[in-house]
Structures are given as C-alpha cells and as structure tokens.
Write a protein that binds this ligand. Structure first.
Ligand code: ZN
Length: 340
C-alpha cells in the first residue's frame, strides 16, 4: 500500500521510539522501484523509495526532464505500491538550490492541487540540500520550504553540514574534511529556525563523516557520537525533543556503525551504491552464465529466453531486492510493518 501522510509520520515516529530506521532506496526506473518494494515486502518492512533530480531526468528518457521523471515515478509508485503488502513512502532526494524553482516548487504545487481535491500528495517528503550555502541562508530557504510542506502534510528533509564523496554528479573530492562533521551549535541553530516539529515536520541530514559512494574499508571515519551530541544540546534547549536524523552515504558502513547512528536518532538510512551494485551484479552474472544466449555468437541467433530483457531484468531485480531486504534486517525495520 501507499502510506498515507499520517502513516508516514507514524512510520518515522515508530522508528524513533523503537530504535530502528527505514532504508530509503534510490531508484532510477520501474525495475529498480519494483526491486526496492520487493525487498521491503520480503523483509516485512515498510520503506522509502527515493529519486534524485538526476535519477528523475534519466527516468524521463529522451525528454531529459527531471520534473516529468519525478511525476512519472510518483504515478508509478502510487499505482504499484497499492498492491504491496507493506507501506511504501515516496521521497525526492538531494535537490540543490539551483533546482528548487524548476523541480521542488513545481512538485509541491502539483501536490497542492492534489491535496486540495482530497488526493494524496505526489511525494511524502522532499529533500532540500542547501549544504553548499552558508548555514543561515540554508536555514532561511529551508524554513520557507518547510512552511509550504507543512500546509500539504509533507515532510521536508534538510541537510546541515556536507556529505562527502560524489552522488548523482554532485560533490567531489575537494570538501574540506572539517566540513564533513557538523557541530552541536549548528544543529541547535536548525532547531532555533525550523522548530522541533511545531512549525512542520522535518528530517535532518546531519553529517558525521559520511560519504556518498562505495569505498574500501577505512576510507571513511564515521563519528556518530556527533549526532548524540546534537541530541544532548537539543534536549538541554528544548527538553524532551529529539531530532529525526537521516544517514546519507551508508554504503560500506558496518552493521555496528549503522546501529550506533540509529541509537543516536537516525530514522532514515539512504542506500544507493550497494543497491546499484547488487542490481548490476545479478545482471552481469546472467550475461556471463548465458553469454552464448545473450550474444549472437559465430553467426548464431542467440537465445530469446536469455536476451529477453525480462530474463536478466528479473535476476537483477531479485539481486537488488535481496540487498534491500538485508538492509531492513540490519536497520531493524524488518517484521515491523504498520500493515502487519
Ligand atoms: Zn545523499
């Protein structure tokens, strides 16, 4: 089923209270969407499916139109999630300032028309990534978007600090390492400007050394205690409140690192590179095992059972679904669907 707006909040609050997190799986096609949802269902977990601006542009095909691609994913998601035994939420990932007017605002406007006539918003949540702006400007723009999201019962994700590495063509090698670690003072400023839920619900991508992409072990030094220091600072300023954090760049992290982050209030863990790899690994396995069927070797005609895109596509989908289900186990969301 497609989560309602209220169910999405219940999912996030359930994770915060229960000490687990949801995998948020990046997709770029109907096949990877189905793989994500299949993985959630195999684990008995609710989950979040998300798309970047670049992913949406890819999904739009020759139109190369990120807005059309995001609307298409929402339409696909609403249709196909309805038949799923678990609750699925839809999210748009990193939206840098230069794409707000052409991507985020039109999506919110389209959701506004839908909500006004009693239909669900296109997406349950959207990320605004103002991490390349000075924090004050980032929060000023985040607050304005939070107002709009709140009116639609949509959740806003914002970023404080800089996630290292490269994703979707954004970011690179040159991030100063101190910017990879946010501070309790900066996190407290987020709460001062955006409130602690009463001005609209938001998720906070606070950086603690996390890096996009898949690297050899030891490349990344995670300091999840930074997230805990932020919770302590918030609790002193606003007793009883807690941030709901997002962990970007989880690929390559150990279960222990993930659990430490969840212990400090992470409720959403983005998974992209490892899911991409699982999809492609299974497709590659098919190609190597059936090379004389997928290729017309030596004047042959190949084997339709091997080269039909559904044949290797199904294997790719199953491979990615297994990786998604594994993520649900590690993050603790497995077996906890609100539909159970
Ligand atoms: Zn990210």
């Amino acid at each position: 089923m497609l989560a309602t707006a209220e169910q999405y909040l219940a999912m996030l609050d359930g994770a915060a209270a229960g000490g687990y997190a949801f995998p948020a799986i990046n997709v770029t096609s109907s096949q990877t969407f189905n793989a994500a949802v299949r993985g959630f269902a195999e684990a008995g977990s609710d989950g979040i499916v998300q798309i970047t601006f670049g992913g949406a542009r890819y999904l739009s095909g020759p139109a190369q139109d990120g807005l059309a691609g995001a609307r298409a994913l929402a339409a696909l998601g609403h249709e196909l999630a309805a038949g799923s035994p678990i609750a699925v939420a839809l999210h748009t990932d990193h939206c840098p300032p230069e794409h707000v007017d052409g991507f985020l605002r039109p999506l919110l406007a389209a959701s506004g028309y839908r909500v006004a006539r009693g239909a669900p918003a296109l997406f349950h949540s959207h990320m605004f990534d103002g991490s390349n702006l000075p924090l004050g400007e980032n929060l000023r723009r985040s607050a304005e978007l939070l107002d709009q999201c709140r009116a639609l019962n949509v959740v806003l994700e914002i970023e404080c600090g800089v996630v290292g590495g490269e994703e979707d063509g954004i970011g690179g090698e040159d991030t100063a390492s101190d910017r990879l670690y946010t501070t309790p003072e900066d996190l407290l400023r987020v709460a001062q400007v955006l409130g602690t839920g009463e001005r609209g619900r938001y998720l906070l991508a606070a950086t603690f050394g996390n890096v996009h992409g898949l690297y050899a072990p030891g490349h990344v030094r995670l300091r999840p205690e930074i997230l805990g220091a932020g919770q302590d600072a918030l609790d002193r300023a606003h007793p009883g409140t807690r941030f709901q954090y997002v962990f970007h760049g989880s690929s390559g992290s150990s279960p222990e690192e993930l659990q430490a982050a969840i212990g400090h209030g992470v409720v959403k863990v983005n998974l992209d590179s490892e899911a991409q790899y699982a999809f492609t690994r299974a497709a590659a396995g098919h190609m190597f095992a059936h090379y004389d069927g997928v290729l017309a070797v030596d004047g042959g005609v190949g084997d339709k059972r091997a080269y039909d895109p559904r044949a290797w596509g199904a294997e790719a989908e199953a491979g990615m679904a297994a990786r998604v289900a594994q993520a649900c186990e590690v993050l603790g969301s497995a077996g906890r669907s609100i539909t159970a």
